[in-house]
Design a protein around this ligand. Structure first.
Ligand code: NI
Length: 172
């Protein structure tokens, strides 16, 4: 089921999320819904708070060519980050049509729990590294615009407030 994506500014996007305990049937439904919502958007990553669930779950698929590579990361944690940085023109499904360059570690090692409850670890690079860091930030109540200067951030937030007013007026 496709879930509505919460748009910035919204207090639910600013809160640190709770760790997931047991892998419940509800959590499996959430993960499946999040993947469906992400692909439909379309996007390459989505974090649970973006659909109003303040739990540490994210989904992503940064595969460019070839078959899809859907990933579900529960309680993800960066355990190592490279010193070398990379810059990417980031966007966010909660901040549609707004993009800005963000500098992050070029490679990261991430540990997480999968939907079978098994511990996983993987090194990410390229777009995958940018995406996983962006999505983990969401779980800590942080958005990519928080890396920008105050003027640029305020400009984007004002545009988003206007967009939300327009959507409210048009009933969607
Ligand atoms: Ni985002």
């Amino acid at each position: 089921m496709i879930r509505p994506i919460i748009l910035h500014p919204d207090p639910r996007l600013k809160k640190p999320c709770e760790a997931v305990g047991d892998i419940t049937p509800e959590l499996r439904v959430l993960a499946a819904d999040m993947l469906e919502t992400m692909y439909e958007a379309p996007g390459i990553g989505l974090a649970a708070p973006q659909v109003g669930v303040l739990k540490r779950v994210l989904v992503m698929d940064c595969a460019k060519d070839g078959p899809p590579e859907p990933m579900v990361l529960i309680n993800p944690r960066v355990t190592w980050a490279s010193e070398d940085l990379s810059v990417y023109d980031e966007g966010c499904l909660s901040i549609p049509d707004q993009y800005a360059e963000v500098k992050r570690p070029a490679r990261v090692r991430v540990e997480w729990t999968d939907l079978d409850g098994a511990a996983q670890e993987r090194d990410f690079e390229g777009l995958w590294a940018t995406c996983v860091q962006h999505e983990i930030d969401h779980l800590d109540g942080k958005l990519f615009i928080d890396y920008l200067g105050p003027l640029k951030r305020q400009m984007i937030t004002r545009k988003m407030e206007k967009l939300k007013r327009e959507r409210a007026r048009s009933g969607g």
